[in-house]
Structures are given as C-alpha cells and as structure tokens.
Design a protein around this ligand. Structure first.
Ligand code: FES
Length: 101
C-alpha cells in the first residue's frame, strides 16, 4: 500500500531545478516546473544515468549521458510509449514536499 513520505523543504527546490532523493528504497528525481513539483524514477532506463542531473527545459529533462528526453510530468518519452518511467504523486504539505511511494 503506497504511503506518503516527507522529501524536503519546498524552498530547497526552486523553479527550474531538480534533485534526487532515496525514498522507501527508490531513487526518485524531483523537478520543479514553473512552481509545480513532479517526481519520476531517477535512473535512466537506457544505461542508468541520474536524470536529476539532466538539463530541464519546460517539462522535459534530457538525460545527461546520451540525451534521451523524458517528460517529467508523465515519465514518458515525448511522442513514444516505450521506456516509460514510474511517476509518483507529489503533495505539498505546508512548506514540505511529500511523495507517495
Ligand atoms: S543513460 Fe540515459 S540516454 Fe543513455
């Protein structure tokens, strides 16, 4: 059964930034897209790069190793249905980010 977990202070993830945390044993990347927080698996399915270290443009992150792009709001590659990453529900509780895992 999924549970909510505290992640970090909302202020520590300003718009346009990303950061990874290990939550309930999963490496999860958090992205702030224009003030809204999104969470997907941090590990690129191609060869394991940390997507939280990729370049974020709008809602699309580019993998830092071989440039595959993922929509951080869905975990999908834009225009494709393969290599879908798990996306996680995010909640804001006061000034804290929480994620359901
Ligand atoms: S590891 Fe991400 S594109 Fe290769």
């Amino acid at each position: 059964m999924p549970q909510r977990h505290p992640v970090t202070a909302l202020a520590s993830l300003p718009p346009g930034s990303s950061q990874a945390f290990t939550i309930a044993g999963r490496h999860i990347a958090f992205f702030n897209v224009a003030g809204r927080i999104h969470a997907i698996d941090d590990t690129c399915p191609h060869a394991g790069a940390p997507l939280s270290q990729g370049r974020l443009e709008g809602c699309v992150v580019t993998c830092p190793w071989h440039a595959i792009r993922f929509d951080v709001t869905t975990g999908r590659r834009p225009g494709q249905s393969d290599d879908t990453l798990t996306s996680y529900p995010v909640f804001i509780n006061g000034d804290q980010i929480e994620v359901e895992v």
